[in-house]
Design a protein around this ligand. Structure first.
Ligand code: CIR
Length: 261
């Protein structure tokens, strides 16, 4: 039986030059474009090495944050959902992606109310968590829960402790029973019933990791997290993410991943 992270395909979008002007909550310097591209290339190569069929779409200069394809859509073997990202500058990214989804999925559903970012959606083996955030409001979360129900998924709307961009900024699926979470999220009770690995003090920034088949992709510079995850998957691969981190991004945001039926 396929595990929830036994993906076969990934869809990415190359960063354009405008990506260096991507949104960031805390101000801070622009990322270096060559560095951003190198991190993106290494990420695409790591997904391919993990066994995925990887497609990289052309960049969009008019959508600075569009390399973070995870936020404007959700994809499942049963179909795709076009979301309504909560940041004004990202609002039409879902529409921009719709054609690509329609050519790959039998059904494409549309979020029609409120706002929701894919970064707030965590697909677990037994349910889909939808986190409320500055990008995902209750109207959007409830509308999304109805759409996920149509695709056959059980959902749970959760309110993570404030201060993070997305639910998955602070937590990640490691395997069918296990999550990695920052201390506040670990203490929140959201993951009751799962085995929780808590990100060590000072390493909250590394809590976004990506499980793909037998590989775990982990950000560079978090030795405690690397230790914690060692042996949790056949391959634990460390990737540089200093440039994407300057625009508040981690490893899950840069791809849409699904298992083709
Ligand atoms: C943004 O603020 O929307 C982008 N600069 C970063 C998006 C990161 N996406 C994610 O965590 N899913």
């Amino acid at each position: 039986m396929a595990r929830s992270f036994d993906f076969t395909h990934a869809l990415l979008r190359r960063p354009g030059l405008s990506a260096v002007k991507g949104l960031r909550a805390g101000g801070g310097p622009d990322p270096d474009f060559a560095g951003l591209l190198a991190e993106h290339d290494a990420y695409a190569a790591a997904l391919a090495a993990a066994g995925l069929d990887v497609t990289v779409l052309d960049q969009s200069e008019s959508h600075p944050d569009s390399m973070f394809v995870e936020d404007p859509a959700l994809v499942f073997p049963e179909g795709a959902i076009v979301l309504r990202p909560g940041a004004a500058s990202r609002a039409d990214e879902g529409e921009y992606l719709r054609g690509e989804l329609a050519s790959r999925f039998e059904q494409v559903l549309e979020l029609s109310a409120g706002h929701a970012d894919g970064g707030d959606v965590m697909v677990m083996p037994d349910r889909v968590f939808i986190g409320l955030s500055a990008r995902t409001d209750r109207t959007g979360a409830e509308a999304l829960a109805r759409l996920l129900g149509r695709l056959g998924y059980r959902t749970q709307i959760v309110a993570p402790p404030p201060g993070v961009l997305h639910l998955k900024t602070a937590s990640s699926l490691i395997d069918e029973q296990t999550v990695l979470a920052t201390a506040p999220l670990a203490a929140s009770g959201i993951f009751a019933g799962y085995r929780i690995l808590e990100a060590p003090a000072g390493e909250a920034g590394g809590a976004n990791v990506l499980r793909v088949r037998d590989t775990l992709l982990v950000g560079q510079g978090y030795p405690g997290i690397a230790d914690l995850l060692s042996g949790r998957a056949a391959n634990v691969v460390t990737l540089a993410n200093t440039e994407i981190a300057k625009i508040d991004a981690g490893l899950t945001c840069m791809s849409l991943r699904w298992r083709a039926g």
